[in-house]
Design a binder for this molecule. Structure first.
Ligand SMILES: [Zn+2]
Length: 109
């Protein structure tokens, strides 16, 4: 048997465990709908398809940086808002997919 790297093993085992938990909890459909799109940039008015931590990239206003890059937590289904400073020019990109604890099959409700 080919030796599996620990990291690969954990990744595989983790996905299997979560998948089994989802079926048991009857919420596999929910997760199937949440396909992470790591490279996609979202604009204000678009809906988040994945819950997680998003990088926020602000635009310059008259050449001035009004806000540094930062991160926010966004729930799937949330419509990305406009920035008070750079308005519709702000961009959001998924940095880390997460599951809200209420939707995590590992915990009792
Ligand atoms: Zn801004």
């Amino acid at each position: 048997m080919k030796k599996m790297k620990r990291r690969e093993f954990l990744k595989t085992a983790g996905v299997a465990a979560i998948g089994a938990g989802c079926v048991k909890a009857g919420i596999s459909k929910l997760h199937a709908e949440e396909k992470p799109s790591k490279d996609k940039e979202f604009q204000p008015g678009e809906k988040a398809t994945t819950s997680g931590v998003y990088d926020v990239f602000h635009d310059k206003i008259d050449g001035e940086q009004h806000a540094h890059q930062h991160q926010v937590i966004v729930m799937a289904g949330t419509v990305f808002p406009r920035c008070k400073g750079c308005r519709q020019w702000v961009k959001f990109r998924l940095a880390q997919q997460t599951v809200f604890i209420d939707k995590d099959p590992h915990f009792e409700t």
